[in-house]
Design a protein around this ligand. Structure first.
Ligand code: ATP
Length: 311
């Protein structure tokens, strides 16, 4: 992980009081069933491109740091409704690509468009509102808030009451607050951690924290969900479960961009894979073709960690 700028935000987030906590207790009602949760979580947002068409286009994207070209003239697209894997050896430029797409880094050249509209120059918050959400290699949650509160924060981004409405607790604000709690519980149920809704996120087991990050990202109803190494630190059984969750997310109408080192997971879950090496794109194909691609095999030769092998 090389984006130190992100680490400092983690600390800030952990210490931040966050937005005023809108409720003190988890609601008495039982959490929704799996099928109810899936229904609530289903993507309900207007997207102007059809399933299978280009949702995101990355054209000639270049990012340099001083003399180092971390991303070199990279172009690829992401089709609505697919799970696209972004892989490559350590330092290949995957996180830099994510960061340039989500407004953390300003690209040196090139463009990123969502539904044909450029995102360049937009601040991170504006890019979130436009429809990108992401999780981070180094988990970033509001540690002093409960799991449910962390998700409700994400939902707040989609709310319409004014600050004044919230202060005077207008009927619309109260309605939104209630539906946020129900929606938040459904999201926690969907990712499989509703039993820990009332626990402070910093006290949650590691696997729960990773799932909570996904729930919080889903709360913004993203047009593109970017997952940065979501399986890091997981055991094989947890990885298997995560694969199922990512597929279900896709099946609920979301489009997913996945950076992941575990090849078994990438090959098992992705519809298509883009491979980077030294900042350049070296392949873009379906998993079977990627596994047999000589340039990809060569890029991974010499990588000692078993997980990084393409076989
Ligand atoms: N903020 C930065 N300042 C300077 N160099 C950076 C910065 N961020 C990334 N780099 C460099 O850019 C190159 C690409 O790094 P990046 O983190 O994007 O690779 P990656 O493919 O995500 O690697 P990993 O799998 O190890 O996370 C590396 O050489 C890295 O050292």
């Amino acid at each position: 992980m090389s984006d130190d700028s992100i680490n400092s935000v983690t600390d800030k987030n952990d210490n931040a009081a966050g937005p005023a906590v809108p409720f003190e207790e988890v609601p008495d009602a039982p959490p929704p069933s799996d099928s109810q949760a899936a229904q609530i979580v289903e993507l309900d947002r207007d997207i102007s491109v059809a399933v299978g068409d280009k949702l995101v286009e990355i054209n000639n994207l270049t990012v340099t740091f001083g003399g180092l070209t971390a991303l070199d003239d990279v172009s690829f697209d992401i089709k609505r409704g697919e799970i696209l894997g972004l892989i490559g050896p350590n330092g290949a430029g995957k996180t830099t690509c994510f960061n340039a797409m989500t407004g953390v880094y300003k690209p040196t050249a090139g463009s990123v468009t969502l539904e044909g509209k450029s995102l360049l120059g937009l601040k991170k918050n504006a890019i979130t509102r436009a429809g990108f959400a992401r999780t981070f290699q180094n988990i970033r949650l509001f540690g002093e808030m409960t799991a449910l509160e962390n998700v409700v924060v994400g939902l707040d981004a989609r709310h319409t009451t004014s600050v004044f409405g919230a202060l005077v607790r207008s009927p619309r604000h109260i309605r939104e607050e209630r539906s946020a709690i129900e929606h938040g519980m459904a999201l926690l149920e969907f990712v499989g951690i509703a039993d820990k809704a009332g626990e402070l996120s910093r006290n949650l087991p590691y696997g729960y924290q990773r799932r909570l990050e996904i729930a919080r990202a889903l709360a913004t109803e993203p047009k593109l969900l970017c997952l940065d190494e979501p399986a890091a630190g997981f055991n094989p059984a947890e990885k298997q479960e995560l694969m199922g969750l990512i597929r279900t997310i896709r099946d609920e109408g979301y489009t997913v961009l996945l950076i992941e080192h575990d090849m078994k997971l990438v090959m098992g879950v992705c519809d298509r894979i883009v491979v980077l090496e030294f900042g350049k794109k070296i392949a873009d194909d379906v998993p079977k073709a990627i596994q047999a691609n000589p340039a990809v095999i060569a890029a991974y030769l010499g990588v000692e960690d078993d997980e990084d092998g393409v076989a």
